[in-house]
Design a protein around this ligand. Structure first.
Ligand SMILES: *Cc1c(COP(=O)(O)O)cnc(C)c1O
Length: 244
């Protein structure tokens, strides 16, 4: 069951495939940024590592990547300990249940999936006890579909107005997933909507001027997301191969 305790060493060929993929994704991200008149430095590639064994993640970290995103608190805990020597910057990019907040805060520097006030208050209360702070994104449901995750765009302002009062949490920006499996034409409005929402909320002072991060784009569409302003793209299968 656990993805963290199999020592299965990677063959040199496996390592070469991963590092080749990493170089290719980094190059495509840089080219997409430049094509959009942006600097390649404005875009970070987050390794979406759900279900991937620590051996593969280690290859990516040793290759110079620093940012990893996990979906499940259970996976964060085991992997963070196995990779502690490489000191990755770990973000939670999946849904967070309120009873998992303690475990998450132990290992995640940023929570990208804050989408309701009760969760944010729970996080802030725990941070009070720990005397710590955490970065976060508000996750927005831009897919125009009923989705369980993400605040509706029209409710984002009210949520952020309240979460900004929580003094141990630092809002870095907005995150969205968009509609999984959609074509580029179908997904683009999700990304442009997130950018426009971010601009509007910063202009009106609802979000701080420095909360400029936009986490959007995955393997299938990260260049499109960069053209729409992504500052973090979350890439998994293009780097590590299909998930088990
Ligand atoms: C799995 C996942 C990704 C990456 O998806 P790929 O298609 O494998 O690149 C990005 N964001 C979230 C929230 C994910 O769960």
């Amino acid at each position: 069951m656990s993805t963290t305790d199999s020592p299965s060493p990677l063959s040199p060929e496996d390592v070469a495939v991963i590092t080749g993929n990493l170089d290719e994704v980094a190059e495509r991200a840089r080219a997409a940024a430049e094509a959009a008149g942006r600097s390649g430095d404005e875009v970070r590639v987050l390794l979406a590592t759900k279900t991937q064994p620590v051996e593969k993640i280690r290859v990516a970290l040793e290759h110079g990547f620093t940012l990893i995103g996990e979906n499940k608190v259970q996976e964060i805990t085991g992997k963070a300990e196995a990779l502690a020597d490489l000191n990755p910057e770990t973000h939670l990019i999946g849904p967070l249940q309120r009873n998992k907040v303690n475990h998450t805060l132990r290992h995640a520097r940023c929570i990208q999936s804050v989408d309701n006030l009760a969760l944010a208050e729970k996080i802030n209360n725990r941070l009070d006890v720990l005397d710590e702070t955490v970065d976060y994104f508000v996750q927005v449901n831009t897919s125009r579909e009923d989705s369980k995750f993400g605040v509706a765009p029209e409710d984002a302002e009210a949520l952020i107005t309240e979460t900004r009062k929580l003094d141990r949490m630092r809002l870095r920006g907005l995150m969205t997933i968009g509609l999984p499996g959609s074509s580029p034409d179908e997904i683009r409005p999700s990304y442009s909507d997130l950018r426009e929402l971010s601009e509007r909320l910063r202009e009106s002072g609802v979000m701080a001027a420095e909360a400029t991060e936009l986490s959007m784009g995955m393997s299938a569409d990260f260049e499109l997301a960069i053209s729409e302003g992504a500052t973090i793209v979350r890439v998994g299968s293009s780097i590590f191969g299909a998930r088990a």
